[in-house]
Design a protein around this ligand. Sequence first.
Ligand code: COA
Length: 258
Amino acid sequence: MSDLVSVETRENVRSIRWNRPEKKNALLREMYTAAAEAIESGEADKDVRVYILGGQPGLFTAGNDLVDFMEAPPHIGGEDTPPVERFMRALMTAKKPIIAEVDGIAIGIGTTLLMHCDLAYASENAIFKTPFADLALAPEFASSLLFPARLGRPAASDLLMLGSTWKAERAKEAGLITDVITSSQLVDQVFEKARILAKKSPGAVRAAKQLMMTPEEPLADRMNREGALFAAMLKSPEFAEAVGAFMERREPDFSKFG
Ligand code: COA
């Protein structure tokens, strides 16, 4: 537990919020650990169906704490697992969906981590920036693959080499985020999206996420893998509930499924 990260679970949605506003939510080791624990325990908890990752009004994160970086430089992929790696691995491997809610600055890892979220909403005040070339650092957590793959190489270089500052509209246009929401409504609307997602068939949401996270493969192989999953899911109790609800002209209730 850390006071610098708040974790709240309500209506099957676990909200994880950076809470160090006096330092612009710069991320310390203990904050990564707390956020990693919130995701790891959420994965094992049937009542948690969706995560929201956010900050405070007007502030997402100024990225890794630079003093902490100097004091304990993490070696990602080394022998131990530093807290930042534990957090990013939890994010990258989570089977349940993660929604990023960005108000204000998303610097460094604040932008990198968006590549590992399923949905990302930002206010008109959001600012995205990965100033690694200014800091004499390399890209991190597979962003040198994911940024070009998702945004195209010219846009990825704009972020990863030039370290340009992107506003919300630019981020949306490039495909870095899902949508822009007025800051006064951001928290409520993101929660509503999460609530909607939490009511869907958990097995179906997991299947879609798992397939989209899998690296590229030949189309025929992907079609066959989807087909096998689809066939198995046609026999699932969740599908029976969905069809039963359709027949009975009611909303499906997936609350008893994990
Ligand atoms: N690491 C450590 N401390 C940080 C920090 C970071 N990444 N970002 C902000 N802070 C601290 C500042 O040192 C300052 O601390 P102080 O009040 O004890 O002096 C406090 O947070 C407020 O920051 P300040 O710079 O005064 O606010 P600002 O509104 O003028 O600027 C930023 C905000 C985020 C633009 C600016 O702080 C910044 O560029 N931070 C570094 C971002 C960065 O390079 N991140 C690392 C990416 S790997």
